[in-house]
Design a protein around this ligand. Structure first.
Ligand SMILES: [Zn+2]
Length: 440
C-alpha cells in the first residue's frame, strides 16, 4: 500500500499517522509519568539554601538594572541607555521574580512576601512587588490556571494560532501582516495582554458572564473602548491607570528639579523603556508555544498525568540554556518545557532539571524542541501570519496513562483549572477553602 499524504506530511504506511507523528505510537505514558513523578519529587526535596541564594541573586541583578536605568535617565534619551536598562528591569521583574513567585516556586521559603497568595496581592503589594500593566491576580488566573492546565487546547488563552485567527485569514499581503505583528510587539502588554488577563479574572469573579458570550475571543483594549465601554472602564481603572499614572506621571517627575528639558528627557526614557519591555517580553514569551513542530490538542487532560507531562514537552520550545547569564537574558523562559512539567519549582531547579528532562524524553522517544530564540521567533511570526500552522496531536494513538485515563472522564475545562488553581487567592467569589487549597 502506498503511503497516503496529508497536509501535515507523509503518512506512515498502514498506521494512519504522519511520519512526523510516528513517535506517538511508541510512547509508554505510564512509564514516562513514573519517571517524571520521581524526578519531580527529587527536585522538590533538593530545594534549599542554594536555591534561596540564587533567587536573591536574580532579584539583586533585576533591581541593579532598575537602579542603573534610573540613573541613566540623566543621559540623552537618544543614547537609549536608560530605555534598554529599564526595559530589561521591567521584564525581569515579571518573567523571573513575579512569574516564579506567583506560581509558588518560593513558598517553601516560608516568607510571607514570597508566598504565592501574598506576593503582589492587592494595590499596595502590587506596587511594591510587581508593578506592571497586568493586574497580578488577573495574570494568575489567566496564566497559572488556564494557560498551564489547558496548554495547547482550544481553551488555552495563549494559543497564538487561535488568537491570531483574524490576521491569519486576512486577505492582505504577507509583508503587511508581518508589519502588523511588529507593531503589535511594541504595545502588546497594554493593548492585548492586560485586558485579556483581566477578562479571565472577570469571568472567574462572575462565571455567569461566560453564558452567551464568546469566552475565547480575546479582549483588546481598542475593541473594548468601542464595543464594551463598561469593560474598558474596568480594565482601564483597575489595571492600566494605576501603572500608567506611576510610570509616566510619578516616576520621571523628580527630574523637574533639574529643569524642564531634563524632565522631558526622563519622560521619553520611560516611554521608550515601555516599548523595549514590550518587544523584549514579546520575543521571549510569545514564542514559547508556537511553531509548526509543536502540537495543539482537541481534548483536555488530567493534571500531572502522563498526558500532561507529554503535552508540556511537545507543546513547548526551549531556547539556549545552562548558565545564569544565558537564563537571565531569556527571562528564564528558556526552560519552558521543564516549567510546564513542574510549574511550582524554583528557577535553579529548572536549570538543574533541564538535562535530566531532556534525557527522559530521549529515553521515551518524545521529541524535545530546543532552538535559538530567534529561530523560534521566526516560527512564531509564521504561525501568526498564517504562513505555517501548529501540528494537531493525533489523539488515541499512544496508550493513555492509567491515572490519566481514569481521571480524564472527570476532567472538564473548569474542573481542571479549579483543582490546580494556585492563584484564586483574592477572588471574592471562589475561596481557597472551597477549592481545597492551602497556602502551601
Ligand atoms: Zn508559568
Amino acid at each position: 500500500m502506498a503511503p497516503q499524504s496529508t497536509e501535515s506530511g507523509e503518512m506512515v504506511r498502514g498506521k494512519n499517522l504522519a511520519v512526523e507523528d510516528e513517535w506517538v505510537a511508541g510512547v509508554d505514558l505510564d512509564a514516562f509519568k513514573a519517571d517524571m513523578d520521581e524526578l519531580k519529587v527529587e527536585l522538590e526535596v533538593a530545594q534549599g539554601p542554594e536555591h534561596e541564594a540564587h533567587f536573591h541573586k536574580i532579584r539583586f541583578y533585576t533591581e541593579l538594572f532598575a537602579v542603573l536605568g534610573t540613573a541613566a535617565m540623566y543621559l540623552p534619551v537618544q543614547w537609549l541607555v536608560a530605555p534598554v536598562l529599564l526595559g530589561i528591569a521591567t521584564t525581569a521583574r515579571w518573567t523571573m521574580v513575579g512569574h516564579h513567585t506567583c506560581h509558588g516556586g518560593y513558598d517553601w521559603l516560608k516568607q510571607p512576601k514570597f508566598n504565592r497568595f501574598q506576593f503582589a496581592a492587592g494595590p499596595w503589594r502590587r506596587a511594591i512587588d510587581w508593578f506592571d500593566w497586568m493586574l497580578p491576580e488577573a495574570w494568575n488566573t489567566e496564566h497559572n490556571n488556564l494557560h498551564h492546565y489547558h496548554l495547547g487546547e482550544a481553551t488555552d488563552p495563549d494559543l497564538v494560532e487561535s488568537n491570531l485567527d483574524f490576521l491569519r485569514r486576512l486577505p492582505i499581503p504577507q509583508v503587511l501582516k508581518r508589519l502588523a505583528v511588529a507593531i503589535m510587539a511594541c504595545v502588546w502588554k497594554w493593548w492585548y495582554y492586560a485586558p485579556n488577563t483581566f477578562k479571565h479574572l472577570v469571568h472567574q469573579r462572575n462565571p455567569k458572564l461566560l453564558e452567551g458570550s464568546n469566552s475565547h475571543e480575546p479582549w483588546i483594549i481598542t475593541d473594548l473602548l468601542f464595543k464594551q465601554p463598561l469593560d474598558f472602564l474596568a480594565v482601564f481603572t483597575e489595571a492600566l491607570l494605576p501603572y500608567a499614572a506611576y510610570k509616566f506621571g510619578v516616576y520621571p517627575l523628580p527630574w523637574l528639579v533639574l529643569g524642564y528639558d531634563a524632565y522631558i528627557n526622563a519622560l521619553w526614557c520611560v516611554v521608550l523603556a515601555d516599548v523595549v519591555a514590550n518587544m523584549y517580553s514579546f520575543v521571549i514569551i510569545v514564542t514559547n508555544h508556537a511553531g509548526n513542530d509543536l502540537y495543539r490538542f482537541d481534548t483536555p487532560c488530567a493534571p500531572y498525568s502522563g498526558d500532561f507531562y507529554l503535552r508540556a514537552v511537545v507543546s513547548s520550545a526551549n531556547f539556549a540554556t545552562g548558565t545564569d547569564a544565558i537564563d537571565f537574558a531569556h527571562g528564564w523562559l528558556n526552560y519552558q518545557i521543564e516549567h510546564h512539567c513542574f510549574p511550582t519549582l524554583s528557577m535553579l531547579s529548572y536549570q538543574q532539571s533541564q538535562p535530566r528532562v531532556k534525557a527522559l524524553c530521549d529515553k521515551h522517544g518524545i521529541p524535545y524542541v530546543q532552538e535559538s530564540v530567534f529561530k523560534r521567533l521566526l516560527q512564531l511570526v509564521n504561525v501568526m501570519v498564517g504562513a505555517s500552522s501548529m501540528r494537531l496531536y493525533p489523539e488515541g494513538v499512544c496508550a493513555p496513562s492509567k491515572a490519566g485515563k481514569a481521571r480524564k472522564v472527570a476532567v472538564s475545562a473548569s474542573v481542571c483549572a479549579s483543582v490546580i488553581d494556585t492563584s484564586t487567592r483574592r477572588s471574592p467569589r471562589i475561596s481557597k477553602r472551597r477549592l481545597g487549597l492551602t497556602s502551601e
